[in-house]
Design a protein around this ligand. Sequence first.
Ligand code: 2NL
Length: 341
Amino acid sequence: MQEKINQLVQEAVHALKDVKNINELMLLKSKYLGKKSAFNAFMKELKNLPNEEKPKVGQMINHAKNKISQKINDVKTMIEERKIKDQLKKETIDVTLPGKRIPVGKKHILTQTIEEIEDIFIGLGYQISEGPEQEKDRFNFEMLNLPKDHPARDMQDSLYIDEESLLRTHTSPVQVRTLLSNTDKKPVKIIAPGRVYRKDDDDQTHSHQFHQVEVLVVDEKASLSDLKGTLLVAAQKLFGEKRDIRLRPSYFPFTEPSVEVDVSCYVCQGKGCSMCKQTGWIEILGAGMVNNNVLEASGYDPEKFQGFAIGFGVERIAMLKYGIDDIRQLYTNDLRFNSQF
Ligand code: 2NL
């Protein structure tokens, strides 16, 4: 019996050497120490032994079982340690590897330009107003001193939705709505940025949809010299501190008098070059004193109030500032173009 037990212990120790994982280990544990194991069979045979041998053989069996149990625990610890080591090795971070570049998005150049213009006017104490892109003929034209037979109201020039509604052709209706909703007839100092639509064929310099920022001040004493000062500050912030401006007479139905505004050429400092067609000046926007008919239509007494308005084309400003030669590049969303700004 003693020989059998020793043999079994040796067999178990040998088998344990080849164990690769916890599963195999548990199978061996059950084989040598479980209910159906050879040791259990020995225990059952104890009762058939002579009394004086029982304690000795019992002790031997227990000793052998403890030895195997101890070995199993050792192997278990080893397997677990190996597993953790392997895992640590697998999960090691090589800090010397080059990082993965995560592409970072940015605002479109038109958005950047709109926000730059907004910031300039916020700095001058203006508030930002917004309104719908689908407008009533009344707000888009009638209230702005554009009578029924005005050519701009022709289907050829505007995108009508039905008899009364169209896609706004400028952001002026936002200003009209602000003046109308201001029931106390308090002074107004706002800018209206947004998308506008014209029935144009798209080419290098035209687009059927583009962006405008309009500026409106209505107050008791807002004057043409206030307009000139505002224009000079805006032009210098946009095109550089050294710029000068020039006003030329012009015509808009909603302003009287009306002016076209030029900025001194930022390429040749006004000396004359291909950028400014040898004139030293570049046309940037239109402006004027709010027409009395517009003030009256929105409930402001022209005897008491006056004001000025400015209209920018955002695309034109961005194209001038960044040397973009085709307006369509602003809409095609080619990353090679967009990511330059
Ligand atoms: C241009 C010229 C302009 C206005 C827009 C305006 C708005 C109201 C009253 C009076 Cl509510 N005027 N807007 C005035 C003058 C010029 O835009 O060339 N824009 C691209």
